[in-house]
Write a protein that binds this ligand. Structure first.
Ligand code: PEP
Length: 254
């Protein structure tokens, strides 16, 4: 099945709302409308930028979409500091990252929390970008396939097959994030293919519909060889998504 590639720019905790507007304008100016027939592009700014991005996207009828980097597992209530799926959906978000390794590491998010957030995203009509990935110790011990597939199955626990088909998966080896050390296309493809097989085992043909992204030091110089792989349907891009020129070059090569 032909899957439309997705390039998602994870801005992490960078850019205020004015800088966000400037970056989105630059992306919009550099990518012609016809580009979006071939590739989907989404940006994932900090919460504080989303309303500004929405105003620009709606006002100029831009074809790029936007989302968030995290959400609460709850819809509303006494959860100080949290932002819910319905709030993000109301702001026009289409995607939300769940289970990023930085959330797992700095906020102690377990597979169980990632599962709750995945369900909350789907319930709110958002597409969760579910991140999985091994650290260097696991990779060197040869446990990367088992580690990543079990993270994925745990994240999707209790979902109906139809819902699982709506998820985007991102394979992000922790040792490649922000380090400049990118996985080889063969290494990335091995894991992305294994993730799709694990989905097929559980959900059958729907696995063919799921977009599996690679993330970890993706740049304009390496994106083409990664997305050429059969089971890699795009990229989750951190550092390189903050520079409009580099990001649009990367998108054009995807
Ligand atoms: C990320 O944080 O999702 C990521 C892939 O970062 P980078 O591209 O900077 O490695």
């Amino acid at each position: 099945m032909a899957r439309k590639p997705l390039i998602a720019g994870n801005w992490k905790m960078n850019l205020n709302h004015l800088e966000a507007i400037a970056l989105v304008q630059k992306i919009a100016f550099s990518l012609p409308e016809k580009y979006y027939a071939k590739v989907d592009v989404t940006v994932l700014p900090p919460f504080t930028d989303i309303r500004s991005v929405q105003t620009l996207v709606d006002g100029d009828k831009l074809l790029l979409t936007y989302g968030a980097q995290d959400l609460s597992p709850h819809d509303s209530g006494a959860y100080t500091g949290d932002v819910s799926g319905p709030m993000l959906a109301k702001l026009g978000c289409t995607h939300v990252v769940v289970g990023h390794s930085e959330r797992r590491q700095y906020h102690e998010e377990t597979d169980e929390v990632v599962n709750k957030k995945t369900r909350a995203a789907l319930k709110a009509g958002l597409t969760p970008i579910v991140c999985v990935g091994e650290n260097l110790d696991v990779r060197e011990a040869g446990g990367h396939i088992e580690h990543t597939t079990s993270q994925l199955i745990a994240a999707l626990k209790g979902l109906k097959a139809e819902q699982a088909g709506d998820v985007v998966v991102a394979y992000e080896p922790v040792w490649a994030i922000g380090t400049g050390r990118v996985a080889t296309p063969a290494d990335a493809e091995e894991v992305c293919a294994a993730l799709r097989s694990a989905l097929a085992e559980k959900y059958g043909d729907l696995a063919e519909r799921v977009r599996v992204l690679y993330g970890g030091s993706v740049k304009s110089g390496n994106v083409a060889e990664l997305v050429k792989c059969d089971n890699i349907d795009g990229a989750l891009v951190g550092g390189a998504s903050l520079d409009g020129e580099e990001f649009t070059k990367l998108c054009a090569l995807a």
